[in-house]
Design a protein around this ligand. Structure first.
Ligand SMILES: Nc1ncnc2c1ncn2[C@@H]1O[C@H](COP(=O)(O)OP(=O)(O)O)[C@@H](O)[C@H]1O
Ligand SMILES: [Mg+2]
Length: 223
């Protein structure tokens, strides 16, 4: 099912001295149940495109449709809360909450009572391959791979159908990278989400169903 549609999307940064066209006329449609990789050199506009898809900003030109509704007419905070989760290279967990509390957060935000949220959070943490001893740990005490797994468990708990990941394995060793990629794939293929992963790693990209490339702000599908 098509869930996220880019239609002639452009985005420019205005700085004091120049206008930088970071994304130029991007058009593409993302479907649920698939994993997409976006590759490209540093500075080619990948993160800018991702932040537009996350609704953190609106395109300077063109439209992004979520389930057919123009992003500009959506409540974008609600969109990020209910529909889309974002994962970053630097994990971005709440460091004053335990692993389990991090995963309970979106559940409680959705109005799920504490006891049930606790049960579901444990399920997601288990699904993400984390041992029980991690549940009560705080993110700064965990390894990078563990933190990223908690971030994925939290994204799963958010219950949305879109997962956006910006270099999610950038800080991880090969072993952990493989596990995270497997989790992301399962999120697409088993849970029916649209998973969009920015990566400069060809091995990660090769695991995707479709590969896109950003080059100087221009988005093309290469595979
Ligand atoms: N906040 C900003 N202000 C001005 N220019 C920016 C800003 N963020 C990114 N850029 C510029 O936009 C272009 C695309 O950046 P980015 O989307 O971060 O690329 P990538 O993620 O592919 O490395 C680059 O030229 C970058 O310098
Ligand atoms: Mg980037």
């Amino acid at each position: 099912m098509n869930i996220l549609k880019l239609e002639n999307v452009s985005y420019s940064y205005q700085t004091k001295y120049q206008t930088i066209e970071a994304v130029k006329h991007a058009s593409f449609t993302f479907a649920t149940g698939k994993m997409y990789a976006i590759t490209g050199e540093s500075g080619s506009g990948k993160s800018t495109l991702l932040s537009l898809m996350a609704g953190l900003d609106l395109p300077s030109e063109g439209h992004i449709f979520v389930n057919g509704t123009d992003m500009s007419s959506l409540d974008r905070d609600q969109y990020r809360c209910r529909e889309a989760s974002v994962i970053y290279q630097a994990f971005h967990l709440f460091s004053l909450l335990t692993a389990k509390e991090n995963v309970m957060f979106p559940l409680e935000l959705r109005g799920i009572p504490r006891k049930e949220a606790s049960r579901q959070a444990e399920n997601y943490l288990q699904k993400a391959g984390l041992p029980e001893k991690i549940y009560r740990q705080f993110p700064p005490m965990m390894s990078g791979g563990e933190q990223q797994r908690v971030a994925i468990a939290r994204a799963m708990a958010a219950g949305g159908k879109i997962l956006l990941a910006d270099e999610p394995t950038g800080n991880l060793d090969t072993e952990n990278e493989k596990k995270i990629v497997e989790l992301l794939k399962a999120f697409a293929h088993e849970d029916g989400c649209a998973v969009i992963v920015i990566t400069h790693n060809p091995e990660v990209a090769a695991e995707a169903d479709k590969i896109l490339r950003m080059c100087d702000g221009i988005l093309t599908q290469i595979q």
